[in-house]
Design a protein. Sequence first.
Length: 332
Amino acid sequence: MAIYVPPTEREKKNPILPFGDHHDSPFYSMDVLSVSQFGRDDLDYIFGVAKEMRAMVERVGTFDLLKGKILANLFYEPSTRTSSSFLAAMERLGGSVIPINEVTYSSVSKGESLPDTVRTLECYADVIVIRHPEVGSAKLAAKYAKKPVINAGDGVGEHPTQALLDLFTIEEELGRIDGLTITMLGDLKYGRTVHSLARLLSQYDVSINYISPDILRMPSELVEELKVGGIRQAEFSVLDPVIGETDVLYVTRIQKERFKDAEVYKQVKGTYVITPDTLRKAKEEMIVMHPFPRVGEISMDLDQDPRAAYFRQMQCGLYVRMALLAMVFGKA
Ligand code: CP
């Protein structure tokens, strides 16, 4: 049994951590643009640091690992979790944040280009977190910026930090990733979180089920990519045939903002609603995840079920983003 030892005053100010300066680390000063940057050893390492971060947050709350460092939070699209968890992560590490959550109030509204915006922000900040509606925007930002750039979602492309926190959540909740059956449900065409997560999962011995309306199927290139990697995959239009074998039910929102035709959105809106009844045939030991926001695809009646892991998943986002920031600054 672990014995709780209260932190000393010195530890609170300057925690004794395995977090010295590691400027020779491969993570030091790196851009985080795609999950394809990370192999299994890297993932183990990130998750180990994330666990240390959780322990520190539970023990001392806030500590000065990144004191004096500044993060620019540049969001061209709405966000609650990613934006606020990066802000919380930086502040819990003792750093500070330039929040640009509403670009209409920045010079972007005057027509400033992305390269100019990031080269401006790096005059003031040490790392730039960017969310942008166009695929490849984070890569473009990184091309122009000398400081590290972290992709917080580029259109329907990738959302690598979300996938990292999703995988960390699975390991934390179920104790393993190998051998699991993951069922992804909802908007698999436009949902960037499922694209990144599927790629990360392909490094493990997993089976993946895809459940979506026909017009929102997982992109065929991605299915092919995973097939070449030997991942067992199956596609369905309803959940019933696979709910009993599912270890992780990963639900996504149908992304209204990505549809050009509102009528087409109306045809698929509300296709899936997960309720306590849906889980009657599910395993006792399984979890339901969702990157959020949800707009009706998981009933609030499910929130009290211990298998509903989506709020714990958000919490994991804080620790994983703290870990990534510490690593990018060469402190882990
Ligand atoms: N999961 C996620 O990306 O949520 P936000 O859009 O609120 O950041």
